[in-house]
Design a protein around this ligand. Structure first.
Ligand code: AMP
Ligand code: ZN
Length: 451
């Protein structure tokens, strides 16, 4: 805190292909993308965060035709649903959410530039391909060996997505085919539509410039998608494309890859329907390392939800706390220490896993001090302020309104009656507080809050 803006940070996250509801694996990527943007903002950087929607590719076209909808209507629906999921997960809005169908002119110009510079060629099938043999650094992100490259160089791939290990000339502009139906643009490259990889290069270039600081995506995009983005962008811009690549580990469910075959593809709405708090998913993911693959299970989600409920209960206990005004100097110091530890962990390659262990320790410490009746009004205020600052980064807590003064007064009256052993009146007061939970702490302190 208290940093001055040192520098702007440009950040791009490969967005969802909007042909279906996003699943909990996709969301791991966007949860961590959001976290990185939030943490950098917290550190005083001015972040420009771009996350696209892939609204034209093999899958969106197929989906729109199968559903008898225009590509526009079909993808609009899934964009809206994705945005609902993002808001369910309390993710911040990116600064720009571009869509390739709105940028056809820019895409065509970019490809024309590649043709002009000898990096791309139009083939007999009417499509335009990137010639990977012309880009000498092809394979640098994935350490692909020259031998494989040479083998691949003679092959051409006209699909948006293709197998790993097969370095090939990849499509930039796909000539129209019958299965594309009404989806095509008539351009100088012919009747067709852009390939998937070129879309990201163009969107990065348009909104973030030639060189971007951070480019994120799931591990599965490292090859070929990101290798191809580098080739296109560096060939076109003659500048380093990305300073830092961040790849998020893949999520498996119960030890298996998510797939229709296993029936283990879960969406955010299914998490809700099953009665879980989707925010618990964030805490669950933060307890893992973003780079590592992670195995999801509902048992562990449940356990994490209990931890999250614990955090939120502590916040209620703080908000509804009343106690003697003794100030323990060491309490503040200790809380500041936890915050420093959390920040240090995050400074070290966004080590959320370690940060979450400090967070758990911090909450135990706060709870102990509540129960002991150790907190002054100042300490309470300070703690809540610090938790709000933390939540700017993690976005997982719930801060309730403080109970009305009259509620506090009723609890105090009840205490007074009890001290006089007037239990009938004490019970009467308790009855008036029936919507509330009242916890008596040591030192005559208490917390009152709605359950
Ligand atoms: P897609 O909609 O298929 O383009 O994927 C959107 C994002 O989710 C990409 O960044 C993928 O890398 C990521 N993703 C897809 N499947 C998983 C998974 N099982 N675990 C984590 N991230 C994934
Ligand atoms: Zn991309």
């Amino acid at each position: 805190m208290g940093f001055r803006a040192k520098k702007d940070v440009n950040m791009y996250v490969c967005g969802p292909t909007v042909y279906n509801y996003a699943h909990i694996g996709n969301m791991r990527t966007y949860i961590f993308g959001d976290l990185i943007a939030r943490f950098l903002e917290y550190k005083g950087y001015k972040v420009k965060y771009v996350r696209n929607y892939t609204d034209v590719d093999d899958k969106t076209i197929k989906g729109s035709i199968e559903n008898g909808k225009s590509l526009e209507d079909f993808t609009n629906f899934y964009i809206r649903e994705f945005e609902k999921d993002c808001s369910t997960l309390n993710l911040n809005e990116p600064d720009v959410k571009p869509r390739p169908t709105r940028l056809i002119k820019e895409i065509v110009e970019f490809i024309e530039g590649l043709i002009k510079d000898g990096y791309a060629y139009k083939a007999k099938d009417g499509s335009t391909y990137f010639d990977i043999s012309k880009f000498v650094h092809y394979g640098k992100l994935n350490n692909i060996k020259q031998k494989e490259l040479k083998k691949g160089a003679s092959e051409r791939v006209n699909l948006d997505e293709y197998e790993k290990d097969n370095a090939s000339d990849f499509v930039l502009w796909k000539a129209w085919k019958e299965e594309d139906g009404k989806v095509y643009w008539n351009t100088s490259l012919g009747k067709g539509r852009p390939g998937w990889h070129i879309e990201c290069s163009v969107m990065c270039h348009k909104y973030l410039g030639k060189t971007i600081d951070i480019h994120c995506g799931g591990e599965d995009l490292k090859f070929p998608h990101h290798e191809n983005e580098i080739a296109q962008s560096e060939a076109h811009n003659n500048a380093r494309f990305v300073n830092y690549w961040i790849h998020f580990g893949m999520l498996t469910v119960d030890g298996k890859k998510m797939s229709k075959r296993y029936g283990n593809i879960y969406t955010i709405r299914e998490i809700l329907e099953k009665g879980y708090n989707p925010i618990a998913l964030k805490l669950y993911y933060f307890m893992s390392n973003y780079r590592s693959a992670m195995d999801f299970s509902f048992e562990e989600l449940k356990e994490t939800e209990l931890k999250l409920n614990g955090f939120n209960k502590t916040i209620k206990r703080l908000v509804g706390y009343h106690g003697p005004k003794v100030d323990l100097g060491e309490y503040k110091k200790k809380i500041k220490g936890y915050l420093k530890d959390i920040e240090k962990a995050m400074d070290n390659d966004f080590n959320t896993r370690l940060a979450m262990t400090y967070l758990l320790d911090m909450f135990s410490y706060i709870n102990l001090n509540i129960t002991e009746g150790n907190l002054s009004t100042g300490n309470i205020k300070f703690t809540l302020q610090m938790l709000k600052v933390l939540d700017v980064v993690f976005g997982i807590f719930k801060f309730p309104e403080a109970p009305a003064t009259i509620i506090f007064d009723k609890v105090k009256k009840r205490q007074a009656y009890r001290a006089k052993k007037d239990y009938a009146m004490a019970d009467k007061m308790r009855d008036q507080l029936k919507d509330y939970m009242v916890e008596d702490h040591k030192n005559g302190a208490f917390s009152v809050y709605k359950n």
